[in-house]
Write a protein that binds this ligand. Structure first.
Ligand SMILES: Cc1cc2nc3c(=O)[nH]c(=O)nc-3n(C[C@H](O)[C@H](O)[C@H](O)COP(=O)(O)OP(=O)(O)OC[C@H]3O[C@@H](n4cnc5c(N)ncnc54)[C@H](O)[C@@H]3O)c2cc1C
Ligand code: FES
Ligand code: FES
Length: 1321
């Protein structure tokens, strides 16, 4: 590159990072420098004047950064490592979870101003933040200076449970309100929460909180955003085309940072860009705009390139011009394009179509940074990338400008053009007119924030009167295959044809079917589905074109559920008993404010200890093999790597699991049984180095065999563990089936579920003089102590474990975290240094077990009316490589759900596969058992040709009946009145008629309605929790410590409520302290929904003892105010601390039962397999709820977690290696905010105290989850209605979980020969 003669005088040393190294000029613009600090001599070429630092403003304070960080360093790491904002969380580093959101002021081209956007700090490279102004969650409001109204709102609405996503939710809303001000509408809020996953709440309270803040005032005349009209008149002096007139308007100095292996440039002008490109020919160049591609493909990390060229401050990249040709700059983000196209919609409706497709790409924070040019180039680099932008540009027949002189290439030739050394500058296209019709469809595994199964884009030039195409149309696709994006043959066929002619349509479909080349891979949905989808989307387009003339039943195929979904709403009903307040009071969580400000601390937020090391696991890359050798030499040569630990280094026993068989190796010593199994631990000075060094540890294997991955394969191979429990036989099932008028047999399956706790597994272990302090994300402190003790040989009493809170758990942290704690503890023990071990999302998913998949083979005998006589069932549980966490024995007690049947046989088989050992997941045994029973009820109903709801009601348990599986009398079972009562209150009968009528008249849209009742046993056996209540003199404040773990369920709040109630003091006097292994030693895990009530019971007992001690003092005092009494007690030497050990006796399998019912209505798109959950009504028996606000939150959250399990969440493995290929937010899809019911009503049964519970309450965390299968059944009923239309509804069919759109569309037995129309003119 040519030197301008203005020599930069300073740069930073690439080795030690020292700033202000003097620079001298050599020949040809080459600069040279010798570091004043480390003496390193280096040369580089420079464009002058240079800037070798960047400056950003965070929370009002300026930070200047040189090259001391790596080029891929993210803003998130900077904020957290420098402790500028630890409230800003992180999890996936993929733009897929939203925990890391901050608000940034970014250039907006219409206003030419800086406006507020929420951005993913995990994807924003630190070095692209030059000149940025950023605000974070802990700055906009905090506990000291006061909460921001948005933080107050989410806290007051109980929009946080574990609180880990809350900072992201707050910052998303904050940026929205900053951008829109008073004009923000409820609809905009509803549409803008696609980027922050919440696994706890089910979104309803978050959306309600924020929608109620939206004022929706109409825009004032002085709108911050400029007018699109301004861009219609300017003409570029250089190209002669119209433009925004920004050419070379900015001439800031070039930013140039020199790193050890790469250089970072931030050019501002064409000349600078050209110079940099010329000077770096042959080098690996990474153009950088949003850097969001790094969230999709790890090879896009700036670390992998020689030269990074940040184009964000090159203003011509934001050009917008509307003339005969429309020209849009490569720097325009997807959000900007949405804005531009939306504004243009009033001029031509096709702009709205374009905006709609753009709105469905990624999620709002990602769209705020992601550019169309980056998307297109990602497709160029990764042909398998399902680019929606390619489809958009194909349909617009865009031309892509690949240099500054207006040279361009057509989009259809783009992928085959050599772009070496070129960049994508603009795209242009010719305005469409009235006879051009375009339409886009995108079908995704989850409603929002998901790449497509298939995206289709269509364009025709058509005479509306005759439907004859006047030119070759465009039929473009994404998601089909790397080599297929245009249906050229079909396009050619259709030219000049009448597209509304059924024969033309038929030929077009068969031509299309013939030319589609769908790729297959372990991570993709099936080629059959994607091919069907491509045909169905084309058919949808034709129906859309033909409109009302397509014929009544077919017309329903034209619309898309995504765009017809209304704004969601919810209703919650419950009763309270004011005289008992604060018990029964709907109070917000004690921690809600701290969660909303980001100040609630999680393990990963703790400040690093001096000398702290970071650890990472080396995971196996094969599914079944023997370890031949582990070579750590290369890793140990890497700067910053301290040690590599293998099984040989374990000083205690190589078993992290509880004493007793089967042992679980902490590090594989010889055999590797699944891909992802830990074989070594790398310890390094920092996290990045530890993660990088993992790949330098070379593990060689022998005897590699193909892993057994599926339940069906394992069953076929009889890969079984020893029996985990005896078969349960009640009555005479064989005899009863033989004598039954009707019989059936069937099979049903359900898959894994990754817990998707937003805080990944983490531990910090700190060696101390008396042993070790441990901070770990466990649900079971006692187990963590044991695990560390076993692998280190330390005494259990030397290990001090403390847990303040968990950022989500759902069972994943009952046993599995103790593996992490053990590894971290051993690392700290061996090095005698503090160590932190935090799993990446990928490692968390690959290494650890999930919810157990099940298969059930069943038989049933019943009467002609559908009354059950007998059920025989075999449960096959996919345990993975170990059966330690199986819940097969307990499944037997849940098997019958709500139905009376006297004859049972339940056989349980623990199946071994080469996958991580599965573990508890919210409702581990009950969820599958209840689904299997409900499936049997559906099957019975089909066999006797009755409405499944009628069959269910016929078989419901009556009050006082004895459950044959547990031998327990059902003393408060009101199911026979509650289920019909709920149905009548929700207008079930009328809605059923309406659904049937709808289904009769609509061929391609169906509705489904389902009712699922619930009987759920709550088991207190094994409960052991310590509790302690301490009162402090002289102010009378109180601290509770208990053996439960606060993981979002609100155990602390309930403990404080009962304490305040028992002691008769205001709740503000009470704090609940972190759980620790010393105060509440030997406490059992938090799980099974029972912790809150048992902790409350313990606290009540403590309070009773304290009250007894206080009473005599109180009686003697003339003015017995609370502080006076406490002061006097202290003076009298009375112990103001009380402790209780809770170990209740329970002789029956359950302490009590809870009950419920759910009615779910869905809308279903037959052509695509997509659904909308239109309405859900839940009636749940929570006894006399201790805190109805928290309990409603548990019901909603559990139900939505279940929706994910049944409808969207799917794991896929590589069949050869056994590697989990869905190990990222890109591929794994828990529910997002529009997967929840549109109308979500939760009712707690009123006037219903539970005599067998604590203060009349019943448990709530798990039971409602078991009713979420009602959504799957409602979809099944919709599919049944669709099958009826094609005469294929005569036999029963099972619908396995997860019933993804793929599974549902295939279950419908779609055949493109059915894609027809009847033009009525
Ligand atoms: C969570 C998430 C969800 C997503 N969902 C979708 C989706 O549903 N559909 C979809 O289509 N996409 C999706 N994407 C992809 C997203 O649209 C792209 O990552 C984004 O558009 C890339 O733009 P960028 O500005 O961030 O590019 P960058 O990440 O900065 O760059 C990407 C690549 O393009 C090159 N490049 C960038 N700009 C230029 C240029 N002007 N000229 C030449 N080369 C250039 C870079 O060298 C790099 O190789 C998703 C991404 C994320 C993170
Ligand atoms: S950590 Fe940034 S989106 Fe997940
Ligand atoms: S509160 Fe949202 S993930 Fe826990």
């Amino acid at each position: 590159m040519a030197s301008t003669g203005q020599t930069s005088t300073t740069v930073n040393c690439p080795v030690c990072g020292t700033s202000h190294v003097p620079v001298s000029s050599c020949a040809n613009g080459v600069q040279a420098a010798t570091c004043v600090s480390c003496g390193h001599f280096f040369k580089f070429r420079a464009v002058e004047p240079l800037k070798s630092t960047i400056t950003l403003t965070v929370n009002g304070k300026q930070y200047t950064v040189g090259n001391e960080y790596g080029p891929s360093s993210a803003l998130n790491g900077f904020l957290r490592d420098q402790r500028i904002s630890v409230g800003t969380k992180h999890m996936c580093y993929q733009g897929g979870c939203g925990t890391c959101l901050v608000e940034a002021k970014l250039f907006e081209p219409l206003s030419e101003n800086s406006l507020s956007y929420a951005v993913n700090s995990c994807l924003v490279p630190l070095y692209s933040c030059d000149g940025w102004e950023i605000r974070t969650v802990d700055y906009i409001g905090n506990l000291k200076k006061g909460l921001h109204p948005i933080q107050t709102q989410i806290a007051n609405y109980n929009g946080s449970q574990c609180g880990y996503c809350t900072p992201g939710q707050v910052m998303n809303m904050f940026a929205l309100t900053e951008f829109y001000g008073d004009t923000l509408t409820k609809k905009q809020v509803e549409d803008s929460f696609d980027g922050v996953i919440c696994r706890c709440t089910g979104y309803r309270p978050i959306l309600a909180a924020f929608k109620n803040m939206a004022k929706g005032r109409s825009k004032c005349s002085s709108s911050t955003v400029g007018d699109i009209e301004d861009f219609k008149t300017k003409v570029c002096k250089k190209s002669g085309k119209s433009c925004s007139g920004r050419c070379s308007s900015v001439s800031e100095p070039l930013t140039h940072l020199v790193f050890a292996d790469s250089q970072w440039f931030r050019p501002n002008t064409e000349q600078q860009i050209t110079d940099i490109l010329n000077a770096n020919k042959g080098k690996k160049i990474r153009f950088l705009l949003g850097n969001t591609a790094h969230g999709v493909y790890s090879d896009q990390s700036p670390d992998n390139y020689d030269v990074i060229m940040d184009l964000t401050s090159f203003r011509e990249m934001y050009d917008i011009s509307f003339d005969t040709d429309i020209v849009l700059g490569g720097g325009l983000t997807l959000t900007m394009l949405v804005d531009i196209f939306t504004r243009m919609t009033q001029e031509a409706p096709y702009f709205g179509e374009c905006a709609n497709l753009l709105k469905r790409i990624a999620n709002l924070p990602v769209r705020n940074r992601a550019t169309w040019s980056g998307n297109l180039m990602l497709k160029y680099v990764h042909r398998d990338f399902p680019s929606d932008i390619l489809v958009l540009l194909q349909v617009l027949r865009a031309r892509i400008w690949t240099d500054f002189d207006g040279n361009d290439v057509s989009i259809s030739d783009f992928l085959s053009t050599d772009l070496t050394g070129k960049l994508v500058f603009m795209f242009s296209y010719t305005e469409l007119d009235d006879v051009d019709h375009i339409k886009f469809y995108k079908v995704t595994p989850r409603v929002q924030n998901a790449h497509c199964y298939v995206t289709g884009g269509f364009r025709v030039r058509m005479d509306k009167g005759s439907f004859v195409l006047k030119e070759t149309p465009v039929i473009a696709y994404s998601g089909i295959g790397a080599q297929f994006d245009r249906a050229i043959k079909t396009e050619a066929y259709l030219n000049g044809k009448n597209i509304a002619d059924a024969t033309v349509l038929k030929t077009a479909l068969s031509t299309l079917a013939g030319e589609i080349k769908a790729d297959s891979s372990p991570v993709l949905s099936s080629a059959t589905y994607r091919t069907n989808l491509a045909l169905a989307l084309f058919y949808k387009f034709v129906l859309n074109l033909v409109g009302v003339e397509a014929g009544l039943p077919y017309r329903s195929g034209a619309s898309e559920l995504y765009w017809t979904r209304p704004i969601s709403s919810g209703v919650q009903t419950y009763d309270t008993v004011p005289v008992e307040y604060p018990v029964t009071q709907p109070l917000k969580k004690l921690e809600a404010n701290a969660q909303a400000t980001g100040e609630a601390e999680y393990v990963d937020d703790m400040p690093a200890y001096p000398g702290q090391l970071e650890a990472a696991f080396v995971l196996s890359t094969v599914g079944s093999a023997t370890i031949q050798n582990i070579d750590s030499s290369e890793a140990l040569k890497m700067p910053g790597v301290i040690r590599v630990i293998t099984a040989k280094d374990i000083v205690g026993t190589n078993n992290w699991f509880l004493p007793g068989p089967p042992a679980r190796e902490m590090l594989a010593s010889q055999k590797v049984e699944y891909c992802g199994q830990p074989v070594a631990i790398v310890l390094a000075a920092d996290y990045g180095t530890a993660l990088g060094a993992v790949y330098a540890v070379k593990v060689t294997y022998s005897g590699v065999t193909k892993p057994v991955l599926s339940l069906d394969d394992a069953i076929q191979q009889k890969s079984f563990f020893p029996k985990q429990c005896d078969d349960l036989v009640v009555g005479d099932p064989d005899g009863a089936i033989a004598q039954s008028a009707k019989k059936l047999s069937g099979t049903i399956s359900m898959g894994h579920q990754y817990h998707f706790h937003m805080e990944t597994q983490a531990s910090v272990c700190v060696p101390k003089e008396d042993g070790m302090d441990v901070y770990t994300t466990t649900q079971w402190i006692d187990f963590a102590q044991s695990s560390i003790s076993q692998v280190t040989g330390m005494l259990k009493s030397s290990i001090n474990v403390q847990v303040k809170r968990l950022g989500g758990a759902y069972g994943a942290k009952i046993t599995q975290n103790n593996w992490i704690a053990a590894a971290c503890g051993l690392s700290a023990f061996l090095t005698n240094r503090p160590v932190k071990l935090r799993l990446t999302l990928g490692d968390n998913m690959k290494m650890l077990g999930k919810r157990y998949p099940f298969r059930a083979d069943y038989q049933a005998g019943f009467t002609d009316a559908g009354q059950l006589n007998a059920v025989k069932v075999t449960y096959y549980a996919d345990c993975g490589v170990s059966a330690n966490d199986n819940s097969l024995p307990s499944m037997q007690t849940w098997a019958n759900n709500a139905y009376a049947c006297n004859n049972w046989s339940i056989d349980c088989v623990a199946v071994k596969t080469n996958t991580p050992a599965n573990t508890a997941a919210r409702s581990p045994g009950s969820l599958p058992a209840i689904f299997i029973m409900e499936t049997i009820m559906e099957h019975v109903a089909k066999t006797v040709d009755k409405d499944p709801t009628d069959v269910r009601i016929l078989n419901l348990f009556s009050n006082g009946a004895v459950d044959p599986l547990t031998k327990m009398p059902l003393t408060d079972c009101q199911l026979q009145t509650q289920v019909p009562g709920l149905m009548s209150s929700v207008g079930y009968a009328d809605r059923k008629t309406a659904v049937e009528d709808f289904n009769k008249t609509n061929r391609w849209k169906k509705k489904g309605l389902s009712v699922v009742p619930l009987k759920f046993g709550i088991d207190w056996r094994g409960v052991r929790y310590g509790s302690q209540v301490a009162i402090f003199w002289p102010d009378g404040t109180i601290a509770i410590t208990h053996g439960g773990i606060e993981l979002g369920q609100g155990v602390n709040t309930k403990a404080a409520q009962v304490c305040a109630y028992e002691l008769g003091v205001p709740i503000d006097l009470i704090k609940v302290k972190a759980t620790n292994s010393n105060t509440t030693a030997n406490s059992i895990t938090t799980g099974g929904s029972i912790t809150s009530e048992n902790v409350c019971a313990g606290v009540i007992e403590c309070c009773k003892v304290l009250n007894a001690r206080l009473a005599p003092v109180k009686a003697k005092l003339p003015d017995p105010t609370w502080p006076n009494v406490i002061e006097k007690c202290y003076q009298d030497g009375i112990d103001l601390t009380s402790r209780y050990w809770r170990n209740p006796a329970q002789s029956t399998p359950f302490q009590y039962y809870s009950y419920g019912a759910t009615v779910t209505e869905v809308d279903f798109d037959v052509l695509t397999g997509e659904h909308t959950i239109a309405r859900v009504d839940i009636l749940f028996d929570c006894g006399q709820s201790t805190n109805p606000a928290l309990d409603v939150g548990q019901v909603e959250g559990a139900f939505v977690m279940g929706l994910g399990y049944w409808l969207t969440e799917q794991l896929r493995f590589d069949p050869e290696t056994g590697a989990l290929v869905t190990d990222s937010t890109w591929e794994y899809k828990p529910p997002s905010s529009k997967d929840i019911p549109v109308d979500f009503r939760v009712n707690l049964v009123k006037k219903n105290p539970n005599p067998a519970g604590i203060l009349g309450a019943k448990a709530v965390g798990e039971p409602p989850l078991c009713m979420s299968c009602s959504a799957l059944f409602a979809i099944k009923h919709a599919i049944q209605a669709a099958r009826k239309d094609i005469g294929k509804d005569d036999t029963y069919f099972p619908l396995n979980g997860p019933a993804t759109p793929e599974m549902c569309q295939l279950a419908f037995l779609t055949d493109p020969s059915q894609f027809t129309l009847t033009v009525t003119r």
